[in-house]
Design a protein around this ligand. Structure first.
Ligand code: FAD
Ligand code: SIN
Length: 527
């Protein structure tokens, strides 16, 4: 089937929904979501969204904290712009119907997280993302110009390549005309022609064995841009959250929010002793890369699979009222967090790099924008400051929308685009070819390209990924496309990009840490 829209949005998390609401008064909008609309990282966000709301805090402090966490390689202009725009974007979320917790005085109740010098995290109990997703989805459903289609899996961007022209990464004017998308229920591949396309496809945590991200976070947007020869950046900076609940059989891993450490919870080793004093004077509230590396080191030294987070000092009432989701989840696992320590370990959590975009959310491909976790704006540098990603998503959804509204006025659909050609392809009958390869990929990435890397580990990962790539391309060339096969190809592309960009980075910075690049005074806590 062929569809024509003005604005095509791939993804229904905070970035996609915010963009859709902004552009909807200016044309037809279609949102494609590969799962159910509410499913995505957004709904799992616990801690909240960072913004300077009162004069007990200042833009300068938030800017400084972001730059420090980013290890000196953030884009300063982007940091200043994002942080200064924050209060306006928060106000809009509230107008869309999103609720943030308030104190009796009527002021927002603010939390504090690692790397923040002030209490500045707006939140809704410990389920902020669920509340944001609820509010935005309601506003989208209420808008007559927006069509939201679930179980539609975007496969590839349509460019000149599909018109028979050769496109390389040196082609100066690559154009995006829309996407091909698989209707997961009918298995048909549809053509979506759009004047403007926004990728808001979220992260790629599933490149790793343990991740807090939902199973649909497979880096599809990044992989699509890679295949379309667009520019990608900073993919070596995969952020591992220090504290996911240790429960090996559970995927995704359940997050224990950093706000719990902000409220006073303390990291302890397997024997119940504090250890962060060995690594950083900010102890459990040091930036995330430092804490994750410290835990990784403690686990390796002791040969154990987890450490502990001790929240008992916070107090019964504050724990149960302030962190009801975590309290209930741990209780379900037989852990009463008011009386017992929580077993935790790091998990792949957030991709700081992604599709390179400018301040208006424009990618290197014409008529293609990106926002949210799949985009690389320069805000996070080498390491994202906690709770800056929901903020980045709304700021860039706004900026991209403002640009797209102008662009759509002077753009036409390209009617020469052919439909997807599946002639001669047959259904792959052996799922094991996909499931086993995915497991291998995740193990390779976890063991060789995880929190601590080395030249040898990266080269081994690259060699093995090459084999997996060739085998999977052979399978792709003869098989009818399915969601599982497409996701696997995307994971392979993302893994390859992470490895290549990690190999190219010749100094330890932010989240990229190689034992071959350690310099004196570089013990992982330079900041
Ligand atoms: P997502 O919310 O992940 O949405 C992606 C969308 O893209 C989904 O709708 C999905 O169906 C769709 N999609 C993907 N691929 C395709 C495809 N091929 N075709 C069609 N649709 C597709 N950040 C903070 O700032 N504060 C926090 O407190 C916080 N807590 C977090 C807690 C957890 C457990 C996790 C995992 C992340 C957390 N983060 C937090 C990070 C933050 O939640 C995410 O970065 C952010 O929500 C990403 O939003 P998004 O709109 O870019 O993508
Ligand atoms: C958390 O709540 O610890 C996650 C916050 C984030 O990822 O920004």
């Amino acid at each position: 089937m062929r569809h024509e829209v003005d604005f095509l949005v791939i993804g229904s998390g905070i970035a996609g929904l915010s963009f859709a609401l902004k552009v909807a008064p200016y044309g037809t909008v279609c949102i494609l979501s590969k799962g159910e609309a509410a499913e995505g990282s957004t709904r799992y966000a616990q801690g909240g969204i960072a913004a300077v709301m009162y004069d007990t805090d200042s833009f300068d402090k938030h800017i400084q904290d972001t730059l420090v966490a980013g290890d000196g390689i953030c884009d300063r202009d982007v940091v200043m712009m994002t942080i200064k725009e924050a209060p306006e974007r928060i106000e809009e979320l509230v107008q869309y119907g999103v609720n943030f917790d308030k104190q009796r005085s009527g002021k927002f109740d603010l939390h504090r997280e690692g790397g923040h010098s002030e209490f500045r995290i707006l939140h809704h109990k410990d389920n902020t993302g669920e509340e944001i997703e609820r509010g935005l989805l309601q506003a989208v459903h209420d808008h007559p110009n927006i069509e939201l289609k679930e179980h539609q899996f975007a496969i590839d961007l349509i460019t000149q390549h599909h018109l028979g022209q050769r496109v390389t990464k040196h082609t100066p004017d690559i154009d995006c005309y829309g996407v091909y998308a698989l209707d997961v229920k009918t298995q048909e591949i549809d053509t979506y022609l759009a004047k403007v396309t926004l990728l808001a496809t979220g992260g790629m945590g599933n490149v790793y064995t343990t991740t807090t991200t939902p199973i649909l976070s497979t880096g599809d947007g990044v992989a699509m841009v890679h295949r379309a020869r667009g520019v990608l950046k900073d993919l070596e900076f995969m952020q591992f959250h220090p504290t996911s609940l240790y429960n090996p059989s559970e995927r995704p891993a359940f997050l224990i929010t950093e706000a719990l450490r902000g409220a006073g919870a303390i990291l302890k080793d397997y024997d119940g002793h504090e250890f962060m004093q060995k690594y950083d004077s900010r102890l459990s509230l040091a930036p995330r890369d430092i804490v994750a590396r410290a835990i990784d080191n403690e686990m390796k030294l002791a040969g154990v699979d987890h450490v502990y987070l001790d929240a008992r000092g916070i107090g019964h009432k504050k724990l149960i009222e302030g962190f009801p989701t975590i309290y209930a989840k741990c209780l379900e696992q037989g852990i009463n967090i008011t009386k017992e320590m929580i077993p935790v370990r790091p998990a792949a959590h957030y991709q700081c790099g992604g599709i390179a975009v400018d301040k208006r959310g424009r990618s290197s491909i014409h008529h293609l924008y990106a926002a949210g976790e799949c985009a690389c704006t320069g805000l996070h540098g080498g390491n994202r400051l906690a709770s800056n990603s929901l903020l980045e998503a709304v700021v860039y959804a706004h900026n991209a929308a403002m640009d797209a509204i102008e662009s759509v006025r002077t753009t036409e659909h390209n009617h020469q685009v052919p439909d997807w050609n599946a002639e001669g392809l047959v259904l792959n009958e052996e799922m094991v070819l996909i499931t086993q390869t995915k497991k291998e990929l995740q193990e390779i990435m976890t063991n060789y390209v995880g929190i601590v890397r080395s030249d040898l580990r990266l080269q081994r990962a690259f060699n093995r990924m090459n084999l997996i790539f060739r085998e999977t391309e052979e399978l792709y060339n003869r098989s009818l496309l399915t969601e599982e096969l497409s996701e696997l190809r995307n994971l392979i592309a993302c893994a390859y990009l992470i490895i290549k960009q990690a190999q190219a980075r010749r100094e330890n910075v932010g989240l990229h840490y190689s034992i071959d690049l350690v310099k004196e005074g570089d013990a992982g806590n330079r900041r």
